[in-house]
Design a binder for this molecule. Structure first.
Ligand code: ATP
Length: 435
């Protein structure tokens, strides 16, 4: 874990936010490489959930919303965590994250080991703010704690404009905000984070089968992008763990350095949300099948993933150390789709004679894939820098290139090198990346 945190800071993936002011409470910024990788995670999700399907459309709803949404969804009443205070050291904890000690069967404060804890009280996790200049009750607004509600209150709009019929889905990615009591474990739990959610609307009697379908689909997505089987599992919720609206929930879990943790929750939410918004707003949120004259409130299956948390899992799964020619290296074996840079163009020396060809090669590749260009330090060090950030291919321009119009393409994982004509380079790289 320390190695990953250190690497992400040192190489510009993730910075503690407002670091020059001492940081800000488990808030993070995504640096030059982090922004590329986070976009790639979201893009890989969007590709699989929207682009490659004809039954899912996208949405980008507002982050700010009126209390009415959260009243209807149940978040104002129920989106709480149980908070306990330690009377000894004044630290605060989530009651459901504390476990009784084996020693005496009592719950101890993880910070100071005291057993003098307050009773748990419900703490609402939504961020409240005011829209407009007057801070009164009528101006209260909330930052969304999940993207899902945007899909529910836009159900009728999307149904009408997209001309889809159940089974069909609405997908959305974006920031969500939760006033977590105990954020931590790097970007695993933060107060500001990014989600990737699908609401998939189905005829009521088809809920259970689509739930199974989405569990399998989503597990496969993580596998396809390189999470090994022994670090991934699907964990069905126990009946007492189920949310009040859910007829079934399974979590996709990843083996983090501290144990299993949720990457995504897949829930059969039945008609809970559409019915709740329909009652509260007075609008009909249902599907009318003109052919059969049938009218019903669809049930919804929700695969809800975290982009930032998932990016961290991909980094952990990809991190490796090996030995090349007797020298140790660290390497991120990222799936090419997720790697920040796909190709690094490296002129063997900074000599003026090589620069024009190297820049020509760079410009040839840039329209197709995200590239880095590096002409500092020795070639060996530059290879290791690229290995460490997961760049699948390094293209080296050397003095022979001036003669034979060819370059060397080095593979991150095997370090094998191929000589490839510049004219065929784009095709070669595209085929190898298999994006
Ligand atoms: P947890 O039990 O860890 O608090 P949750 O079950 O409340 O999570 P959901 O409401 O199902 O989470 O949200 C869907 C996904 O959003 C989670 O699986 C996770 O990937 C992501 N997510 C939720 N809360 C956070 C957070 N505070 N920081 C980062 N990602 C989060």
């Amino acid at each position: 874990m320390d190695q990953i945190v250190n690497l992400t800071k040192r190489r510009g993936f993730v910075f503690p936010s407002a670091e020059i002011y001492g940081g800000f409470r488990s808030t993070y910024d995504y640096g030059p490489l982090g922004v590329l990788m986070l976009r790639n995670v979201k893009e890989a999700w969007w590709r699989s959930m929207v682009q490659l399907r004809d039954d899912v459309v996208g949405l980008d709803a507002a982050i700010l919303g009126p209390p009415a949404i959260w009243e209807a969804s149940g978040h104002l009443a129920n989106f709480t965590d149980p908070l306990v205070d330690c009377r000894n050291c004044n630290e605060r904890w989530r009651a459901d994250h504390l476990v009784a000690s084996d020693k005496d069967g009592k719950i101890h404060c993880p910070n100071c080991d005291s057993t003098d804890l307050t009773e748990a009280r419900a703490f609402n996790m939504m961020f409240k703010t005011y829209a407009g200049p007057v801070e009164d009750e009528g101006a209260v607004a909330y930052l969304r704690p999940e993207t899902a509600q945007g899909m529910f209150y836009n159900f009728a709009n999307v149904l009408q404009t997209s001309r889809k019929r159940p089974p069909f889905g609405i997908a959305q990615q974006g920031k969500s905000f939760r006033n977590e009591i105990t954020p931590g474990n790097f970007v695993f739990r933060t107060r500001e984070f990014e989600q990737m959610e699908l609401e998939y609307f189905v005829p009521p009697d088809e809920g259970p089968q689509w739930f199974e379908y989405w569990c399998a689909e989503r597990m496969q997505w993580y596998r396809d992008l390189g999470i090994p089987d022994d670090m991934l599992r699907l964990r069905p919720h126990d009946p007492e763990e189920l949310s009040h609206y859910s007829a079934g929930t399974s979590d996709v879990e990843f083996l983090f350095p501290w144990g299993w943790g949720e990457l995504e929750g897949i829930a059969n939410r039945t008609d809970f949300d559409l019915t709740a918004h329909s009652k509260a707003s007075g609008e009909r949120l249902e599907y009318y099948d003109q052919a059969s004259g049938e009218r019903y409130v669809p049930h919804v299956i929700e695969p809800a993933a975290g982009a930032t948390r998932t990016m961290m899992a991909f980094l952990i799964a990809a991190y490796d150390e090996d030995e090349i020619g007797g020298e140790r290296r660290s390497v991120l074996r990222l799936h090419p789709r997720l790697a920040p840079y796909k190709v690094a163009v490296l002129p063997l020396s900074k000599k003026d004679t090589l620069t024009p060809v190297a820049r020509e090669v760079l410009q040839l590749l840039q329209p197709h894939v995200m590239c880095d260009y590096d002409d500092t330090q020795s070639i060996g060090r530059r290879y290791r820098r690229q290995d460490e950030v997961g760049t699948p291919f390094c293209v080296t321009v050397d003095f022979e290139s001036l003669e034979d119009r060819a370059v060397t393409v080095r593979d991150r994982d095997t370090t094998a090198q191929d000589r490839v004509p510049i004219d065929g380079l784009v095709e070669h790289v595209r085929a190898k990346l298999a994006l």
